[in-house]
Design a protein around this ligand. Structure first.
Ligand code: BGC
Ligand code: BGC
Length: 834
């Protein structure tokens, strides 16, 4: 029936059928009296409160509103700080002065000084309130060239060493101070329950007790405590993301947590009283929802529980544009979030609109003046506790500009210690480890061996961390360099071989380093807990070395536990190294024996997350009914207490090898997408295998062609006799709304072999965008890039995408090899015209 409808109607009909009905959701009732109280050691001080009262009395509504907005540095000028009385600025992940990721300490300081000066400019009529600068120093001061990068939190969770966490916090705070900044958006206190989430590595553990213990340790490391609280060596910490970020359904980024109030409190909430007891001064609200209600709109949790019950008297900051996701809100207008308890909006770009709407809403009573005063009081209180009023120009503060402190030897030593302590030994059957270097030749193999970008992971110089090379990390040590130094010091030789091939005599042992490539936030979300890069490659490498009878140890780089039984079986020893950061030498410290053959350091790491037996075994958490992991939470062998692992069962489950954002790879549909052709009469004729799909009197033919390899692309030829399309179709709709909100771009790798004679459109989720104008040139492989949001603007429903369709009524020929989601680059925009 549908097939006979005209196309335009069909598309409109599908869009209407699949758009979600905006239901007014209500979260379950919260009972604040059932939540724990917390006791911050940082007491309110009468003199400070009096001083705040007198400042507030002299502030206009506009000046107060300015304190509640935190723009991102790329979207604001120092002059704006004066005009809009801005209270704080952040640099987002990978946001660096002049867009130069090698920016120097001087570049940073000059920039931050210019904004700071504007905040105390005499042109402000009311009180001059110096601004604060915030950055995501989540594993060291990771946005900054030359900084020490500590292991990501998952590795620290394996170390089970709160004192180490405190020292990492202290070293990080000093490096933040070198840049004259006041505030870090760390620690993350997510208690991740489903390791498909792309932020699993930002979590210390699936166990709330570890997260709670580390929360106090990291907060006191960053902020200091007692006499050192927020002194010249320390910075403001942020407990994030309140609340339930690690428990979203299916591990979806920014998703919905469906836990009961008890689980929300005892599992996901465990870190917050602990952070408050450590004196934390900022809490970041979570993007996620609880039973369908965005945390940014949940007053019972933000105000009644966090502020009232737990007595948190610091400030609550929103997350990146998260208020804009609250029903009825936009990025530039959201009184609901403010009234629910957000004190400072994280509003990277749309802060002028938000300033205007807030001023208006305070004046018309939508936002009560008492709420505004409370929020600004909290901001001023934190500024006073952090001595922001008295410290002066950022570049003039203690440690500012001290380049020797950035990536200092002492800090790198702490990071190296952390790497060594984070390693978890899963298997060491014939006792291959520690590798005896004396007179031996050690082959070091694999894509992760000499790749500092890979070992540092996401949130490293850039947001995703996937565009870095070794030269981007001065002072850092790759895993290979660390092994080489240790082997040579022990009287052996080490050889690097990317693909595992060797010439001459057989090596005495090999170390294969492989694993995940860097990702951050939703870009790391997966449908399972399998390895999606280097899966086949790592396995054949290990099997080849085994066939050559080279004793081999595997070292896995990953942001989560992964089902890897075939690789574990193919290796003699297997080490989970997580995302170790800049000090790769910590791996050799444990894997390579000393020159007397004895271990230099034993393994200390214990699994912070349960290790799966199958790629689809998730959620998998200790204590759950029927708990049956491959390696249990807390597992970890040592040299002192060896044990045999033997051969592990290999699951017969098909593993999707493509990352989530890949829909056509080398001509093969992935993530459930399959290539088809159609028109209004016969909307979906599958292109099966290598067979040619043809519609009607050859109005459109689709056949396989070679691009880089045999049959790795398709040729689509429209004759112009019919309005017809090719499409990537999926039986179950896929939710791409998070990707659209994350500014992802849909990219088609194609080659126009005959330019179109009529309009061409690209449709996603029913939203149709004209692309013909971008396809006029012929003869070369090119990338057709359309920001996902353009399909939403064109009326598409990105929560349920079941087809990506390229359509024309004209004559047109293309070759097509790949379709995927990519990060936004300069120049990406919604196409206009035909
Ligand atoms: C992340 C936060 C981060 C913020 C600022 C958000 O997308 O969820 O963890 O602090 O961006 O970069
Ligand atoms: C920013 C990150 C932020 C993310 C939110 C990125 O462009 O650099 O800091 O967390 O957007 O989606």
């Amino acid at each position: 029936m549908l097939c006979t409808r005209p196309v335009a109607l069909l598309v409109a009909f599908l869009a209407a059928c699949s758009s979600p009905i905006a239901l007014a959701q209500t979260a379950p009732t919260v009972h604040p009296d059932r939540w724990p109280r917390a006791h911050s050691p940082v007491r309110q001080d009468a003199a400070t409160e009096k001083r705040i009262t007198s400042i507030l009395a002299r502030m206009s509504v506009e000046e107060k509103v300015g304190q509640t907005l935190q723009p991102e540095m790329k979207s604001i000028t120092p002059a704006d700080v004066i005009t809009y009385h801005i209270g704080s600025i952040e640099n987002g992940g990978g946001s660096v002065p002049g867009g130069n990721k090698h920016a120097s300490v001087g570049d940073w300081l000059r920039m931050i000084d210019s904004y700071w000066r504007a905040s105390v400019d005499p042109r402000h009529k009311g009180p001059r309130v110096p601004l604060m600068w915030a950055s995501d120093a989540v594993h060291g001061h990771n946005n900054v060239f030359g900084a020490t990068l500590f292991p990501h939190n998952i590795g620290l969770g394996a170390a089970r060493d709160p004192d180490l966490i405190r020292r990492i916090g202290a070293a990080t705070a000093e490096e933040v101070r070198v840049l004259g900044m006041d505030w870090s958006f760390a620690p993350t206190l997510a208690v991740v329950q489903d390791d498909r989430w792309g932020r699993t590595y930002e979590s210390y553990s699936e166990d709330p007790a570890i997260v709670a213990e580390y929360a106090t340790a990291m907060v006191s490391g960053l902020q200091g405590s007692g006499r050192t609280f927020l002194d010249r060596d320390h910075v403001i910490a942020t407990a994030k993301h309140f609340l339930g970020d690690g428990g979203t359904d299916g591990g979806r980024d920014q998703g919905d947590n469906l836990a009961s109030e008890e689980v929300l409190r005892d599992v996901h909430g465990a870190g917050y009283p602990a952070a408050i007891n450590g004196g934390v001064q900022a809490v970041m609200a979570s993007f996620s929802s609880w039973h369908g209600v965005k945390l940014h709109a949940n007053k019972p949790l933000l105000t009644d529980v966090l502020k009232d019950r737990m007595g948190f008297d610091g400030l609550v900051i929103g997350d990146w544009n998260a208020h804009g996701q609250v029903p009825g809100c936009s990025k530039g207008d959201c009184p609901v979030a403010f009234n629910a308890g957000i004190d400072v909006f994280n509003v990277p770009e749309d802060w002028k609109a938000l300033y205007a709407s807030m001023v208006r809403e305070v004046k018309d009573g939508t936002v009560p003046m008492a709420r505004l005063d409370d929020a600004v009081r909290r901001v001023l209180r934190v500024k006073m506790r952090a001595n922001v009023f008295d410290q002066g120009l950022p570049s003039s503060r203690p440690h500012a500009g001290d380049t020797a402190l950035l990536g200092a030897t002492t800090h790198r030593a702490v990071a190296r210690e952390a790497v060594a302590k984070s390693l978890v030994l899963l298997k060491n059957d014939p006792g291959l480890l520690p590798i005896d270097p004396r007179g031996h030749r050690i082959l070091v193999v694999g894509a992760g061996a000499d790749d500092i970008g890979k070992q540092t992971g996401g949130w490293s110089l850039s947001w995703q961390g996937n565009d870095n090379a070794n030269i981007d990390f001065p002072g850092a040590t790759s895993i290979w360099k660390g092994i080489k130094a240790a082997v040579e010091a022990g009287g052996g030789t080490a050889v690097l071989s990317h693909d595992g091939r060797f010439t001459g005599t057989k090596p005495d042992a090999a170390i294969v380093v492989f694993g995940e490539n860097p990702y951050a936030e939703f870009q790391g979300d997966q449908a399972d807990v399998a390895l999606h890069v280097e899966n086949a490659e790592s396995l054949s490498l290990l099997r080849r070395l085994r066939a050559a009878q080279v004793p081999t140890a595997a070292v896995l780089i990953s942001g989560r536990p992964l089902y890897l039984n075939p690789q574990i079986n193919a290796a003699d020893a297997f080490v989970a190294a997580w995302l170790p950061g800049s000090e790769g030498a910590g791996i050799a410290d444990v894997l390579i024996a000393k020159s007397d053959g004895a271990p230099a350091h034993d393994f200390q790491g214990k699994l912070p997350f349960s290790w799966p037996k199958r790629p689809d075994q998730t959620p998998l958490n200790v204590g759950q009914p029927g708990y049956d992991p491959q390696f249990a939470f807390g597992y970890g062998l040592t040299y002192a207490h060896p044990a045999r692992v033997g051969t592990l069962p290999e699951a017969k489950v098909a593993v999707e090898t493509a990352a989530r954002g890949v829909f056509l790879k080398d001509g093969v549909g992935t993530n459930g997408f399959a290539l088809a052709i159609g028109d209004a009469q016969a909307p979906r004729i599958a292109a099966v295998g290598a067979r040619i799909a043809t519609y009607g009197a050859e109005a459109l033919t689709l056949r396989r062609v070679d691009r880089r390899r045999q049959e790795d692309a398709w040729s689509a030829a429209w004759t112009g006799t019919e309005d017809a399309w090719i499409e990537l179709a999926r039986s179950e709709p896929m939710d791409l709304s998070r990707e659209a909100n994350g500014a992802m771009v849909l990219q088609l790798e194609l080659n126009v072999t005959r330019p179109p004679t009529a309009a061409v459109t690209l449709t996603v989720g029913g939203g149709e965008v004209p692309v013909g104008g971008l396809l006029r040139r012929s003869g070369d492989w090119m990338r057709l890039r359309v920001p996902l949001r353009c399909f939403g603007t064109a009326g598409g429903n990105l929560t349920g995408v079941s087809a990506i369709r390229l359509r024309t009524a004209g004559a047109f020929n293309i070759l097509l090899s790949d379709v995927s989601l990519q990060e936004t680059a300069a120049g990406d925009q919604c196409p206009a015209g035909k």
